[in-house]
Structure formats: structure tokens, C-alpha cells
Design a protein around this ligand. Structure first.
Ligand SMILES: Cc1cc2nc3c(=O)[nH]c(=O)nc-3n(C[C@H](O)[C@H](O)[C@H](O)COP(=O)(O)OP(=O)(O)OC[C@H]3O[C@@H](n4cnc5c(N)ncnc54)[C@H](O)[C@@H]3O)c2cc1C
Length: 428
């Protein structure tokens, strides 16, 4: 039986553990720096909604019963309502519903199912235990518990599934010939928690639509319905246009929402306005690596390998899909990890590069290009319906509703991506 050590019990690490334990030749040891999510009633500021489409849901379906458990706690959205500043909606419909689930909820279900399906000594999970150092030569990983105790353990294969600020990646870059670049996306965000209904004002937003609004190309809000009439989402803004910098009181924050997002401001409770005022700003790290492995003993997956801007909501979809890719490669190559890891990098690095381009340059920021985007969307959907043999689906439909490779999509839509890129660069 081979021991796999996974750092990070997020979506990528947990689904990988499911896949490995569904083969009877592995045992899994997992560590996460945070508390067990099952013990937190409310993940509060740490969570945000995730939308999962074809790639993510296909990966979940590989583990019997898992997709159904997740679907039970998810909402399904059949389109997006885009609101003008006056609150007038425009709908962008979708044929295939998108599964939307809170990150905390997703992780809790993945963990619950994992511990229920795999009892005994093949699975060991330790929370509040942070990876601090790696000795890649001696294959040793050092971890620190919340009360400062340090423990060092030997690994055969170490998987860094520890997110965008991965310590496994950092240590590997410092001690091996792995090359990675890390930078911050142009946008920052704060999580936002609103009510979907305000009966006093006769407002009830659709429970099966994503709700969105923006002020020019600077500030946008995305809200996703949750079970229990809640709307969870994010307010996203360019770093140099951070509206929160200008507020010295909660009343100023409320006035800003009333003026710029009048509809959403009527769904914000006084408690949420106070929490939002205090809530920390999230900075989005993006990561580019030249490969995702070192020798036959270190593998990076999910955000640890290739964090991207969340603008088109694909990071988690790709992270989940990669857990399945690792398991499939291990079925094909047995326990030849140098072959498995090299093949993983060969397949996934170009995919990550393509996803990076799509995330940065798929949706335009300028008003005129946004109009052109919707015109193209409408025309391409009609052409695809009438002449599917000649016209592939529209860019977003390929990303969301198919598992066509990201590199192929970039190739097909190179013209549009370059156009948005030139336009975006002219704004910076
Ligand atoms: C605002 C926002 C909205 C998003 N929306 C979407 C969306 O709609 N759809 C989508 O597909 N993606 C979306 N994403 C991206 C998605 O959240 C990530 O791609 C996904 O969470 C990656 O999963 P992961 O398991 O690789 O990393 P993470 O989710 O970051 O999990 C990493 C885990 O590692 C642990 N960890 C970190 N460091 C250490 C350490 N040193 N030692 C031990 N443990 C450690 C962390 O506690 C965490 O549990 C969004 C991201 C943001 C910020």
C-alpha cells in the first residue's frame, strides 16, 4: 500500500483523497492549517459561492453518490439577471443550469463523505496543522500545530493542494528547479451576504438566477441564491478604485450602496452593513508554473499549481477535474510516479495557461466591447442552433457546458481574446 501525503483539505485535496481511496492500493494522510470545517457553524467571511459546470460536476460524478449529496445542498441557476443602476433587469438565459454552492458547504460535504466512506487506518486527517518546510532531497515535510508544536514526517509522494498561497509550491521553488511566478490580479473583493427577499419593499429576486450589477468597468457585484432565501456573493473592484477606502462610517457605506446599487441596498440588513464595513478585503493571487511536479515525489494541483482570476468561475472546476486526472493516470501507469507526474504536467500546464487567458480576457471591460460581446453571443447561439455542423457553440457555452479543452477554446476564439486583451491593456 502506498502512502500519499496531501497538504490542504480544500476541494482539490479532498476530491483527490476520494479518488485515491476508491483504489485499494493507496493510503492517505492529509493536513490542513485551518479548523475542521464540520465544527464551524458559519464560515462567515472566509466563504463565497462557487459555480460548478460540466468539468467540475463530471469530476464529482466519478465518486458514487457524491454529486447527488452536493446537488441536495446546491441551487441551480438557469441564467443571470444583469441590473442597470436604476434596477432594470436584463436576462441572459442558459440552457444548462449551473450548480451553485457555497465553498464552505462543498468542502464540508466532501469531507463528510470521505470520512464516512473510508474508516480505518487508510485515511488520517489532521486539522490546525500547517505545512511550514519541505526537505525535497530527504523527502521530509515539517508541520506546525496551532500550539506551536513542530512535527516532521517522511513522504513518498507529497501533494500540494494548499491553494493559491501554497507553501508546498514556495518550498519547492526554493529548493528544486521548479519555476513559478505569483502576482496579484487587478481586482480585489469582499464577500457579501444579502437577503433574497424584502417583503416590506415587495422585492423577491428570482431563486434560480445569478444576480449581477456593475458601475462602469470598475466595481461589480455578483450574487448567487442559496438555500434558505439568502444571496451570497462578492463585490469586486479594481484595487485603485476601492470604494471602501472612502468610508469612515457605516452610514457612508450604506449611502454608497443606496446610490450605486439601490436594489441590492434594500436587501442588505443593518448587521450585514456593519460586518461588510469591517470585513477584510480579499486579494486574488494568480500563479503560473513551468510544470506542476518535482521528480517522482512532489505534485501541485488546483490553485497551488495555477490560481487564476475568478472572473469566469473556473478555478474550482479545474481543481476538481485534476483530482480525476491524477487517479486516471495512476490507473494507466501503475505506481510509476515519475511517469504519472511528468504526464500530468504535460497535459495540465497548457490547460492552465489557456484558462489563465480565458479568465483574464474572455469578458471585456469596456462598454462598447460588452455590447459587442452580447451581440456576438446572440448571433453565435442562433448560428449554432441552425447550423451546428458549421458553427461551434459560443465561447461561454464552450467553457461552461462542455469539457472541451481550454486550449482548444482559446485556439478557436483567439481573435476575440486578443481583441479584449488589447482593449483591457489600454485601460491599465
Ligand atoms: C471570490 C471568488 C469566487 C470564486 N468563484 C468560483 C466559481 O464560481 N467557480 C470556480 O470554479 N471557482 C471559483 N473560484 C476559485 C476557487 O475558489 C478555487 O479555484 C478553488 O477553491 C481551488 O481549490 P483548491 O482546493 O485548489 O484550493 P483552496 O480552496 O484554496 O484550498 C486550499 C486548502 O489548503 C489549506 N492550506 C493552505 N495553506 C496550507 C498550509 N501551509 N498547510 C496546510 N494546509 C494549508 C487551506 O486551509 C485550504 O483548506 C473563486 C475564487 C474566489 C476568490
Amino acid at each position: 500500500m502506498q502512502k500519499i501525503t496531501i497538504i490542504g483539505a480544500g476541494p482539490a485535496g479532498l476530491l483527490l483523497a476520494h479518488y485515491l481511496l476508491s483504489r485499494d492500493r493507496f493510503q492517505v494522510e492529509m493536513y490542513d492549517r485551518l479548523d475542521d470545517p464540520r465544527l464551524l457553524e458559519n464560515a462567515g467571511n472566509r466563504t463565497f459561492p462557487l459555480s460548478l459546470q460540466e468539468r467540475g460536476t463530471k469530476a464529482l460524478q466519478g465518486i458514487p453518490g457524491l454529486a447527488e449529496k452536493i446537488a441536495d445542498r446546491a441551487t441551480f441557476c438557469t441564467g443571470t439577471m444583469l441590473y442597470s443602476q436604476s434596477g432594470k433587469p436584463r436576462i441572459v438565459k442558459r440552457e444548462k443550469p449551473i450548480l451553485c454552492i457555497d465553498r464552505h458547504e462543498l468542502v464540508t460535504i466532501l469531507l463528510n463523505e470521505l470520512t464516512q466512506n473510508h474508516t480505518g487506518d487508510r485515511l488520517k486527517i489532521t486539522f490546525n496543522c500547517c505545512c511550514t518546510e519541505i526537505d525535497a532531497e530527504a523527502k521530509l515535510v515539517t508541520l506546525e500545530t496551532e500550539n506551536g508544536e513542530r512535527l516532521t514526517t517522511h513522504y513518498e509522494l507529497l501533494v500540494g493542494a494548499d491553494g493559491a498561497r501554497s507553501r508546498v509550491r514556495e518550498c519547492s521553488v526554493n529548493s528544486t528547479d521548479l519555476n513559478c511566478e505569483q502576482s496579484y490580479a487587478l481586482d480585489d473583493y469582499k464577500s457579501l451576504f444579502l437577503n433574497r427577499i424584502n417583503s416590506d419593499e415587495s422585492i423577491a429576486l428570482a431563486p434560480d438566477k445569478i444576480h449581477a450589477s456593475n458601475i462602469g468597468n470598475q466595481i461589480r457585484i455578483l450574487l448567487v441564491p442559496q438555500p434558505g432565501d439568502r444571496l451570497n456573493g462578492t463585490i469586486i473592484f479594481k484595487r485603485d478604485k476601492n470604494p471602501f477606502e472612502n468610508f469612515s462610517t457605516v452610514a457612508e457605506l450604506k449611502a454608497f450602496f443606496q446610490e450605486n446599487f439601490p436594489l441590492f441596498s434594500q436587501l442588505m440588513s443593518s448587521e450585514e452593513a456593519e460586518s461588510l464595513f469591517e470585513r477584510a478585503i480579499g486579494r486574488i493571487v494568480t500563479v503560473k508554473c513551468d510544470r506542476f511536479h518535482h521528480s517522482n515525489s512532489i505534485l501541485l494541483i488546483g490553485d497551488a499549481a495555477h490560481a487564476v482570476s475568478p472572473s469566469i468561475g473556473q478555478g474550482c472546476n479545474m481543481a476538481l477535474a485534476e483530482a480525476k486526472v491524477v487517479a486516471e493516470l495512476s490507473d494507466r501507469h501503475g505506481d510509476n510516479w515519475s511517469q504519472i507526474l511528468a504526464e500530468f504536467s504535460r497535459q495540465q500546464v497548457p490547460e492552465a495557461r489557456a484558462l489563465q487567458e480565458l479568465s483574464d480576457y474572455c469578458f471585456p471591460r469596456s462598454k462598447w466591447l460588452i455590447l459587442e460581446f452580447f451581440l456576438r453571443l446572440r448571433i453565435r447561439r442562433l448560428l449554432n442552433r441552425w447550423f451546428p455542423q458549421w458553427f461551434k457553440p459560443f465561447l461561454f457555452d464552450l467553457i461552461f457546458d462542455t469539457d472541451c479543452s481550454y486550449s482548444e477554446i482559446v485556439q478557436d476564439y483567439r481573435f476575440w481574446i486578443d481583441r479584449v486583451k488589447r482593449n483591457t491593456e489600454s485601460f491599465q
